[in-house]
Design a binder for this molecule. Structure first.
Ligand SMILES: [Ca+2]
Length: 338
């Protein structure tokens, strides 16, 4: 590396991306990979949009397609307590179905060792260095905290997609990632780690329109898995299919976009309770917008506003660049360093 490259590398924020790809996880990794702002040190996987074998396979294919030099570690095969069926309705067979071309299968395998243990190892080896980006259910992070609570002082911060200030998507009250493992989310929010929540109240504004997808398609001639995967995602969105919204929401890029440019979002420190009781509120995040501290509810940063226009430009140009990277890499196996 030349001096300038070395200086830049030292200033890049170190990330562990914990995810369940997942179409919008793919878009989030595309944004992280193309921004130049991050050292993506590891990708850890969890069950959520699909079983962990599928989300791990998808993560390996994504990092290979975008030339991300990061090891992948497989994590939890199930939530702590909650039992549910993986939602094929939105993400299709395998968790990241394409309407046309898929990413070429990476020849790499997940590294030995559980994702939770790898999170512990890394954040203890370099206290204060790692930002955790959590894009799926929080099972891996909760397991890591249960195994070694001292990591609450060595993780720099957590930014996550999940919850919301009102309303849900998997149920009327709950967002999927939190609903899938509410006990894990409750543990993580109560850990004392600086957490910033990107819930449906802002991520539903992060739409990708048909014209946006066509821009991504036009970025390269010929085979374009990024555009085709987005096409499938759009096709499964019932509101978009009925013409009620301009496009499907790409939820997961929001926390990454915040790390790139915090001015895209308005955040407030607010008490948040995760409902873990069985019933109609299971997995709901009850955000006290009155800012009245109440009992044991942890106060975390909550995204309450978004500049959707600027966010859209950032995400779509990243997806165009990612489509170029995918074409350039041709799905060839990457040399993935430890
Ligand atoms: Ca996800």
């Amino acid at each position: 590396m030349d001096t300038w490259t070395t200086v830049m590398a030292e200033h890049r924020r170190k990330l562990i991306i914990d995810c369940d790809p997942g179409h919008d996880d793919m878009a989030a990794i595309a944004l992280a990979a193309t921004s130049g702002a991050f050292d993506i040190s590891a990708v850890t996987t969890v069950c959520g949009n699909a079983g962990v074998e599928d989300t791990t396979r998808n993560a390996l294919d994504i990092v290979s397609a975008f030339g991300v030099d990061a090891p992948v570690y497989a994590g939890a095969t199930g939530p702590l307590i909650h039992v549910y069926e993986f939602p094929t309705k939105f993400h299709g067979v395998g968790g990241m179905q394409s309407a046309g071309a898929a990413f070429r299968r990476s020849k790499a395998s997940a590294r030995p060792g559980h994702a939770a243990l790898e999170i512990i190892r890394r954040v203890k080896a370099e206290p204060g260095a790692y930002t955790l980006v959590v894009l799926g259910p929080m099972t891996n992070v909760a397991l890591a905290l249960a195994l070694d609570p001292s990591i609450s002082t060595t993780i720099r911060e957590i930014v996550f997609m999940g919850g919301g200030t009102h309303g849900g998507n998997i149920t009327a009250t709950a967002e999927f990632n939190i609903w899938a493992d509410p006990e894990a989310a409750k543990m993580v929010l109560a850990s004392g780690i600086l957490c910033t929540m990107f819930g449906l109240n802002v991520t539903n504004e992060a739409m990708i329109t048909r014209a946006d997808i066509e821009r991504v398609r036009a970025a390269v001639a010929g085979r374009n898995p990024v555009a085709d995967i987005l096409d499938f995602y759009a096709s499964t969105n019932p509101l978009f299919a009925q013409g009620l919204v301009d496009g499907p929401a790409l939820h997961d890029p929001c926390p990454i976009a915040y790390l790139i440019d915090p001015t895209l979002f308005e955040t407030r420190a607010l008490p948040v309770r995760v409902a873990t009781e069985e019933g109609p509120y299971l997995g709901a995040t009850m955000v006290d917008l009155r800012r009245i501290p109440s009992g044991d509810d942890p106060v975390i940063n909550v995204a309450v506003g978004v500049d959707a226009g600027r966010l859209n430009k950032l995400v779509v140009s990243a997806l165009c660049r990612a489509a170029e990277l995918c074409a350039a890499n041709g799905g060839l196996p990457q040399s993935i360093a430890s």
